[in-house]
Design a protein around this ligand. Structure first.
Ligand code: ADP
Ligand code: MG
Length: 384
């Protein structure tokens, strides 16, 4: 359904999924005066706990979807693995952004790469492997490579590094023979991402380029301005992200991840049809957050070009920090961390900590990148 403008204070926004991204979306929507509804099967979901209403149901449950569309004026999603069919169903009666068709492209690495190519943006050399029989046709040039399940992978899960044809065959079997994409292992210099927001009228704005550091496949640190990415490459990344969004008629916030190769070339990695972990710094470093832009985009409100007002560094807070060296559970020393200048703590309200689980993030704003880095090091020492 076409989206009319929804005014703050007078409409209800819904979100499929109740994780931390949904929670921060709900906070942003509420601060603009919107009523909020979250659909998530989990009774204790981080977003369900703070929304005006929590529809506790499966993503495909007709009764849950009917309730969501009955009470909401517009609906979005906070994670890409919500069944695209559920979004398409909701779209029959309500404005949905991003569209199920765009989310479907992001759900499948093979479709995603085809879309990158169609948008004229270079991605890693790759082959789609849908059956064991197709292993024989994989060109040697893709090895060593990374075998990734086409669907449902995240935070480095569903990926196996393979050196040769034998490891590839074993890896494909270990991934249970599901459709996969084999990517050539690229010599990375660093990783970056760009978040754009596009309105139904085609207007597009972008946050500044983020430089990202991953540990064990999980985002660990984001730094803005990107310290080691030239202005030309930043402009190229922003233009590419914009083309990728526009060429699928995308509405909402989209994050596009890139690799900067050792030879200086920029290659697109993957995209997420929603606000992204690497954009959490916007909550304190920019004059508008990625979550507020998602609210504005789905409500048909104006999308201002965001402005970075402070160099910002984001540290992801994983569940590991809730355990000491002996494995005993503890509360991190937040009082000491918050005594450091420019620290902004965001905890997601998760009931229990587990190693590797995203529990929150710490944004550090400062007058200079050096000062932000210095505070980040002190915070990391206190938490470590
Ligand atoms: P996820 O969905 O788990 O984030 P990614 O495709 O982003 O999956 O891969 C996770 C990480 O693995 C990347 O951030 C990067 O560090 C590394 N990686 C992925 N693909 C390649 C590649 N083709 N060459 C080199 N490193 C890669
Ligand atoms: Mg990734």
């Amino acid at each position: 359904m076409a989206s009319a403008m929804l005014l703050p204070g007078a409409a209800t926004l819904g979100v499929m999924g109740g994780g931390q991204l949904g929670r921060m979306f709900v906070h942003a929507a509420q601060s603009l005066g919107f009523r909020t509804v979250v659909l998530d099967p989990d009774a204790d979901s981080p977003a369900g706990l703070v929304a005006h209403e929590h529809v506790q149901s499966d993503y495909l449950d007709p009764a849950g979807l009917a309730r969501l569309s009955a009470v909401c004026d517009a609906i979005t999603t906070e994670f890409e693995n919500v069944p695209a069919t559920a979004l398409t169903q909701l779209a029959a009666s309500r404005a949905v952004a991003p569209a199920g068709s765009a989310v479907a492209v992001c759900q499948d690495r093979a479709d995603e790469k085809a879309h990158f190519k169609a948008s004229g943006v270079a991605c890693a050399p790759h082959a789609v492997i849908r059956s064991a029989a197709e292993l024989a046709f994989v060109p040697d040039s893709l090895l060593p490579g990374i075998l990734k399940t086409a669907r449902m992978g995240y935070d480095g899960k569903g990926q196996i590094r393979v050196r040769d044809a034998a490891e590839l065959a074993a890896g494909f079997a270990a991934l249970k023979g599901v459709p996969c994409v084999l990517e050539q292992m690229l010599p990375l210099q660093l990783e970056l991402s760009v978040i754009v927001a596009r309105g139904a009228d085609g207007a597009i704005v972008n946050f500044p380029v983020q430089q990202n550091l991953h540990r064990d496949g999980i985002l660990a640190v984001t730094e803005v301005p990107a310290p080691a990415v030239s202005a030309e490459l930043q402009a190229e990344a922003v233009a590419s992200a914009g083309r990728i969004a526009a060429s699928m008629g995308y509405v909402g916030v989209l994050c596009v991840e890139f690799f900067l190769l050792q030879d200086g070339r920029l290659v697109v990695n993957e995209m997420a049809p929603r606000p992204h972990n690497s954009g959490h710094y916007t909550m304190n470093g920019c004059d508008v957050s990625q979550f507020e832009l998602q609210v504005r985009a789905m409500a048909g409100l104006p999308l201002p070009q965001p402005r970075l007002h402070s160099p910002t560094l984001m540290l992801n807070l994983l569940g590991d920090l809730w355990f000491d060296a002996a494995g005993q559970e503890r509360t991190p020393v937040w009082d000491q961390v918050l005594a450091l200048p420019g620290t902004h703590l965001h905890l997601y309200g998760k009931q229990s900590a587990r190693p590797g689980r995203k529990m929150g993030h710490l944004n550090i704003t400062a007058a200079s990148a050096e000062a932000a880095r210095d505070v980040a090091q002190r915070a990391a020492r206190l938490l470590g």
